[in-house]
Design a protein around this ligand. Sequence first.
Ligand code: FES
Length: 161
Amino acid sequence: MFKLSDEGNKFVQKELNRYESRRSAILPCLYRAQKENGGYVTPEVVSELSRLMDLPEVQINEVLSFYTMYNKKPVGKFHVQVCCNISCAMNGGRELYSHLLKEFKAEDDKMTADGNFTFTRVECLGSCGTAPMMQVNEDYHENLTGDQAVRLLKNMVKGGN
Ligand code: FES
């Protein structure tokens, strides 16, 4: 059974007080709960948030299913989201994604056997001027070449970044 920490509970109450409508607090509260649940959202997480926020589960599930920033299954220690939308695609985003999958012997949207990575192809992350780009956990990495991206990710595994 999922329970938010005391800090998580305070966070939810603060967010609920911040907005006129309780529904507006779903985005930040869901993100907080995802973090506390090891990086993904389960039905138990939704149910707990529904109770804490006094909102129907269906409203939380609507948000959960719409945004790619929420994971519905466990992800690797480093969740690598590579943008393959128009600006990134025109600047090598798709090739970058294929390169990373090959280099790390990974499959699309599946955690690698060592638990280090999940690579996901995503739509525009709002950084089109610095294409191609990827998001690793919460950080953006931009103007990438395949080799730079591989080096960066290998350094993260070694704890160098
Ligand atoms: S198209 Fe890649 S960030 Fe917008």
